[in-house]
Design a protein around this ligand. Sequence first.
Ligand code: FUC
Length: 940
Amino acid sequence: MKFSFKYIFTLLFLLVGLNNIAFAQTDHHLWYNKPAEKWTDALPIGNGRIGAMIFAGVTQDHIQFNEETLWSGKPRNYNKKGASKYLAEIRRLLFEGKQKEAEALAGAEFMGLRSEAGDKAKWVSEMKAGKGITGNPALGNYDDKLWKTLQVPSYEGWETVGLNNVDGAVWFRTTFDVPANWAGKDLVLDLNRIRDQDFTYINGQLVGNTDNLEPRNYTIPAKLIKTGKNTIAIQVLNYYDKGGIAGYKDTKRYIGIYPVGSTIENGVSLIKKWKYKIQNEEPPATPQYQASYQPFGDLNLYFKNVKSAVSNYKRTLDLTTAISTTTYTLNKVDYKREYFASQPNQAVVIHLSASKPKSISFDAGLSSPHLNSIVKVVNNNTISISVQVKDGALRGESRLAAEVKNGTLKVVNQKISIINADEVTLYLTAGTNFVNADDVSGNPELFNSVREIGLLGSPFESIKQAHIQEYQTYYKTFDVNFGTSENAKLPTDERLVKFAKANDPAFMALYMQYGRYLLISSSRPGGQPANLQGIWNDLLSPPWGSKYTTNINLEMNYWPTEMLNLTALNEPLFSKIKALSVKGTETAMEYYHAKGWVLHHNTDLWNGTAPINASNHGIWVTGAAWLSQHLWEHYLFTGDKKFLKEEAYPVMKRSAQFFEDFLIKDPKTGWLISTPSNSPENGGLVAGPTMDHQIIRTLFNNCISASENLGVDDAFSKSLQTKVKQIAPNQIGKYGQLQEWLTDKDDTTNKHRHVSHLWGVYPGDDVTWDKDAKMMEAAKQSLLYRGDDATGWSLAWKINYWARFKDGNHAMTLVKMLLKPAGEGVSGSYVNLFDAHPPFQIDGNFGGAAGIAEMIVQSHQGYIELLPALPDAIPFGEIKGLCARGGFELKIKWNNGKLENVEVKSKVGGTCKLRYKNQAISIVTKVGGVYKLNGDLKTL
Ligand code: FUC
């Protein structure tokens, strides 16, 4: 027999694995051997409030930063007065099967209020009159020599080709050659989509003007055209979000000019670089249903004397310390930059050092994408930037202060200039005037001054140690080891490329810890919850406003908190829920004439709770009920009765009270159903989506249990006990699927990203193997029909589903899909392992981390089940600090796919029921007791 190296390596790996996995997880680093080029290559740091993305360039370092309370908008009323007048009619239409009519009525009368519009007519006439631009760029002979160029078209917006964060009026110009045989023919100009309005000129003559409609298909009279060179000039007016000459989604179709009666294939293409000039960047305010999270600013470091080549370049993120480090060698000097976001000191701290004295020279400057921003000199070691959000109530100030060891420190041209220092420490603070959703009277300048006093003069080492210590109170509560792998030697981006085909379970362990890192960095007690992008955003018009979508995304952000031992990080979410329950009371009354509180499918910094966007998906009533489940789960995991009594139950109860009033008898079946609502973003406005019923049933059951636990509200509990039995049940449809709707109308070819009707499987427990195995099989069938491929968060949800179906290998297939390089239109993970919807959306990071945990331990059926969905890909492993319902913390080890031992720590006493395969035991535990069992669940 021939022993290949691969065989020997595998044997060694097995032996090492079998005998002993050294517990210390070796893999706590993301690292790269080149600087970030794109934002999603950069490494994120955050203290829950301030977030920063580190590009780590050698000649120029870029640190893009955010502060969690800088949003557009202002405190205002989001509820449309008297909406409830239309409720009965919308319901009647839905009961009669008239969905389109119901959606039209709801669209007209039932959506929330938008923010105020600016004076569009005035602005358009100013732009037409040429305000802000020299001469008339429509003319053929206009001198555009000094204009820059931009690629046209750009279907995803001019933001994607260089005009980032630009809204407003932009002129585009180019020329095209007309062949002699087109003479006398009228021509067609096909531009398809333009965002949003255009004034299009050929040789100085207006040939078309369209506002927000498609397609742009203009006929140009022959008399306007010359043989040879002609000029086309387009004034594009973009009011909000993506802008520019968009062309076709199918980028193989081109925009251009051709004779009437011919086709574009026989025409002249206009796909090329056009000249452009920004005329104005202050379009009138576009009414918005809800506000958007905003970028704050950019810190740029411009290094001097970087002439020779750099060697040994490396940038890393150490998850154990939450410190990012950039190191490289230049002119035989070893340079090091450390970056972290300190919670105790409320600042981003950057420390630069070198192996040789006097080696550090650079300028540091602040800038911002906000048009309304101004840099000031504060004193001889500090500069500041003030920003004012357009059309909104919020402003912010950020300060940059420096301290040097030796060398000189001055402020020159509004930049901090450092020459020949041995060491430098930079402190970046930031704050806004946001106090709470009704109060914007904060004083960021004062806040920053106070923070600076605490920073300047303190030794860097003690600031660093305080940061590490505070961070580790969260991070060190949990450890995971899936063994070591060869690929750990690779830079993270290369490792990601290889993951799908490699034997690299350690990368999954890293991904779990990265999820924990991201949550610690974006959701600290006292702050705002993690939004769609956590706290990291560089765009003025971020995707979906980078707000809080509550029909899956916000909840997914908080899936890891309990299991992955980060329960304290729920605080921002729980405070938000409390505030939403106040605003949601008005919405419940105004829209449904109901008690309690309601939250629809989105919210923002200002706690909007009314329906937004469009009636086919914006009217979804179970946001409050789903969020209430997080409060109940917190109680299940911690046994904290005080929390249940004072925080959770009052909010849960008021959510249940809403549904007591809202649920209505279905005339056909007699069941209590939820209407109007939708099965998130699939199938439009309906009566009775399955997801709603699962969520409401779960809420009622949780309220019943809570009232029993607390010995309160007997009558209310009795009323819920009666009602819960009347709620429409889960149903199995004709394809063996769990029905998504009341009627059996599921389309088995539908690959929609939302798989809402399986909510009862995860994160709920309305459908479990113990309760109803047949329903579980039907749910599995539904998921099989939906297929695997999906957006980032949907992949993450499916990991959890397959774990609950106890199919570890299928769950692993989804892990591999989530941990694959993201591309245009391809979900997965970016270079920095941020989840790609695409675009970046952080929920998948959290849902993925939770899903891997769900493969190892589950505790939603009244007992703790060990290794319920262990995939073949993780044969060896050890986890400590994994939490289970009942207030238990587990240390669990397995070898060769089999449980080796488990240690249970009881935090609140009570009976611990454990299951592993066919074995089951019950231990009566004491508070603080630790119970050790072997792989057969026998006490050790
Ligand atoms: C929901 C999803 C989208 C996206 C958005 C933020 O509307 O359907 O895919 O994740 O939230």
